[in-house]
Design a protein around this ligand. Sequence first.
Ligand code: SAM
Length: 237
Amino acid sequence: MASIVRLFVNAPLDRGQGITLTDQAHYLANVMRLGAGDVIHVFNGRDGEWAARIDAASRKRVELTVEAQTKPLQMPPDLWLLFAPIKKARTDFIVEKAAEMGAARICPVQTDFTNSERIRQDRLQAHAIEAAEQCGGTYVPEVTKLQKLGKLLDDWPADRQLMFCDERMVGQSPALPENGGPWAILIGPEGGFSDTERKRLHALPYAHAVSLGPRILRADTAAVAALTVWQQQLGDW
Ligand code: SAM
């Protein structure tokens, strides 16, 4: 049996709620060939996942009625992923994997050696939504606008620990403290961190410099590795 289509929708979800889809109508009616009477699953990142029956479908418009909840909202751990954007496809990969692996917020940061000065926040947010649709998640991490790392550290919340992935720590293996509160992971750009950034980060009481093994990883690999290590030790895996 074909798996049920899952879609992110912006509407509130509750029993009997009517929803009109326009952007996803072509996909549902023409690509997936769904029509009146078929059931899909919908989620909005707030109200869990619901079964919704198609009342009418055309290539421009699909009308749905929400029927029953199929999954409650499952929040990820309070983990932010801070990363310096790299090439487009690799940045897309980082956002997709962070959403699948359970980051609560995805924060592109501009560091001293960041290659790209701009990101398409809306496009990256769409990737996070698609990843949540694919992986069965009921929560969608927010992708924030590009922020300067220095400014983010100036305003850092006092109770949030930072797993600082420092390529200079290669060969050392300091463990993360068993702190169950809010956390963030920081991954640098292709060029790594500048000496000024490294000095500041090492002096922060909430920052824990870690190695991701004996080899230097590409930034996209490092993001996945760091999320895995954190989730295994402190997260919801
Ligand atoms: N250009 C840098 C160099 O040659 O030392 C390497 C930067 S690496 C491609 C990009 C980022 O991934 C680093 O800034 C760091 O955050 C993370 N990273 C990669 N390998 C790592 C490792 N073995 N330990 C800790 N962090 C690592």
